[in-house]
Design a protein around this ligand. Structure first.
Ligand SMILES: NC(=O)c1ccc[n+]([C@@H]2O[C@H](COP(=O)([O-])OP(=O)(O)OC[C@H]3O[C@@H](n4cnc5c(N)ncnc54)[C@H](O)[C@@H]3O)[C@@H](O)[C@H]2O)c1
Length: 346
């Protein structure tokens, strides 16, 4: 049985992916600093699988290289060497990154450099990295292919972009050694259908879906929609929402692909290739939950773009991955999680 290190495994996408990988018979070792999550997420994951003994957790920060070395050393000592890494750990709030760029660069980039260094020291050269659609240059050329032009417009995006460049340099320098896949997520939402695990931002959420759910549970009175004058059919921004369980499945497929093929670097868009406007998302949420979401329009937010939709054909061709869950399932599952856990993991 192969052991996989999952950094940031207590987080939203990490916890769903841990469950997926456990069900696919991997041994999972999670590292997480808990800066934006709770260890209870893994307790919930354990409730959803009978492979509990294959999950272990080390609390710590990727920026602490001695901690990382110790985890790798301990695993080797137990004859449990890491075959590959799924690297989620990072700070992810675009707005916050504009006010605290140094914190974002330090956490995301320095954390990744440490991780790569310790992977090299242990001859572990397989990594699936959580990248983002924010690295694409704003474009009207839709849907966006992996080969589209890249340009970051905020510090968060810059950290993702520079990490992709680092991974690219590793692949160029040692093409016979590294197996690398950056997965560029579009807009992951929803939750596991059990309602036991889901998105649990510790501060005030900034993404649209967690905000809608906070209005749903009454924590926020009104949703602010940034702009109703975009060049879209109803004036609100259009995004490509994708169910977190579909994203989790793609991680398994990307990891399996890397482990079974020769060393290479290969990047994939993870989206549904369907655009949904903010108003359509709200309408769908209201329809499936029967809960009214009051909203108001405000000015456009700096750094936002009009329409972002993935071309996901490469992931289908190479990984045989196709998102299966509908927008209504995303809303329904997300709400089940939020309404069962109004205060997150407590
Ligand atoms: N959720 C999205 O909309 C989205 C979109 C594109 C990309 N991503 C990327 O996917 C990854 C996972 O996102 P998520 O939504 O699950 O976020 P999340 O905040 O729920 O999970 C990230 C996890 O990483 C941990 N972490 C952060 N910095 C760390 C460090 N230095 N050392 C150890 N642990 C650390 C946090 O405590 C958290 O558990 C992130 O890298 C994010 O940038 C997310």
């Amino acid at each position: 049985m192969k052991s996989i290190l999952v950094t940031g495994g207590c987080g939203f996408i990490g916890s769903h992916t841990c469950l997926e990988l456990l069900e696919r018979n991997f041994k999972i070792v999670v590292i997480d600093s808990l800066v934006n999550s709770s260890p209870l997420a893994l307790e919930r994951v354990k409730k959803l699988t009978n492979k509990v003994k294959n999950l272990s957790f080390y609390k710590g920060d990727l920026r602490d290289i001695n901690f990382l070395r110790e985890v790798f050393f301990r695993l080797k000592d137990e004859n449990n060497s890491i075959s590959g890494v799924v690297h989620f750990a990072g700070l992810k709030a675009v707005g916050e990154s504009c006010y605290e760029p140094l914190r974002y660069w330090d956490n995301n980039v320095n954390g990744t450099i440490n991780l790569i260094r310790v992977m090299e020291e242990n001859n572990c050269k397989t990594i699936v990295f959580s990248s983002s659609a924010t690295i694409y240059k704003v474009t009207n050329n839709l849907p966006i292919k992996e080969s589209a032009e890249i340009q970051s417009i905020n510090p968060y995006g810059s950290t993702k972009l520079v990490i992709e460049q680092l991974l690219n340099d590793l692949a160029i320098n040692s093409p016979q050694e590294w197996r690398i896949s950056s997965l560029r997520y579009f807009n992951p939402i929803g939750a596991h259908p059990s309602g036991l695990i889901g998105e649990n931002p510790l501060g005030k959420p900034t993404n649209i879906f967690p905000l809608i759910m906070q209005v749903g549970i009454g924590r926020i009175k009104k949703l602010q929609i940034f702009g109703n004058d975009w060049e879209t059919f109803d004036g609100t921004g259009v995004r490509d929402y994708i169910h977190v369980s579909d994203i989790a499945e793609a991680h398994f497929l990307a990891l399996e692909f890397l482990l079974e093929h020769k060393p290479q670097i290969i990047n994939f868009n993870l989206g549904t290739a369907k655009g949904t406007s903010v108003l359509e998302l709200i309408n769908m949420f209201q329809e499936v939950t029967k809960i009214k979401i009051p909203y108001e329009f405000t000015d456009r937010r700096k750094g936002d773009s009009c329409t972002v939709i993935a071309d996901n054909s490469k992931a289908f061709l190479d990984l045989n991955w196709k998102p299966k869950r509908s927008l209504s399932e995303m809303c329904c599952d997300g709400w089940r999680w939020q309404s069962n856990n109004p205060s997150g993991y407590l």
